[in-house]
Ligand binder design. Structure first.
Ligand SMILES: [Zn+2]
Ligand SMILES: [Zn+2]
Length: 108
C-alpha cells in the first residue's frame, strides 16, 4: 500500500488506538485510521460485556439472601406441578455460588 498524498510505501505504525499502515512522511491515511479505530472500540466493548457476566447469573434479579454466601440476588426457579394437585415448587438459586434453596409456600 502507498500513501494517498505522496505515494511513499506505507510502514506499520503503533498508536494508542491500534496498529495500522502509515506514511513515513506523516501524511494521514483517513480510511485506514478509521478502520483501525472501529476494531479497537469493538474489542473494548466485548471485553466489557464478558466482565459483566463473569461469575454473575444475569437471571439472578430477585432479592434473596443466600444462606451460604450471603449474596443478595438469586434466580427464581419455578417447577410446575401441573401434573399433580400440589402447588408449584419455587426455588431460589444464588446468583453467585449457585446454592439452591427451596422456598416454603407460594411466592407471590
Ligand atoms: Zn505521504
Ligand atoms: Zn450464594
Amino acid at each position: 500500500m502507498f500513501c494517498k498524498t505522496c505515494g511513499s510505501l506505507l510502514v506499520p505504525k503503533k498508536t494508542p488506538y491500534g496498529k495500522w499502515m502509515a506514511c513515513p512522511n506523516g501524511h494521514s491515511q483517513p480510511e485506514l485510521v478509521q478502520e483501525s479505530k472501529d476494531i479497537s472500540i469493538k474489542n473494548k466493548e466485548e471485553g466489557k460485556r464478558l466482565e459483566v457476566n463473569l461469575g454473575e447469573n444475569p437471571l439472578a434479579v430477585h432479592d434473596h439472601i443466600c444462606p451460604r454466601c450471603k449474596h443478595d440476588k438469586a434466580e427464581l426457579i419455578e417447577i410446575s406441578a401441573s401434573y399433580s394437585d400440589e402447588d408449584n415448587i419455587y426455588r431460589m438459586k444464588c446468583g453467585k455460588c449457585k446454592f439452591v434453596k427451596q422456598l416454603e409456600g407460594k411466592v407471590t
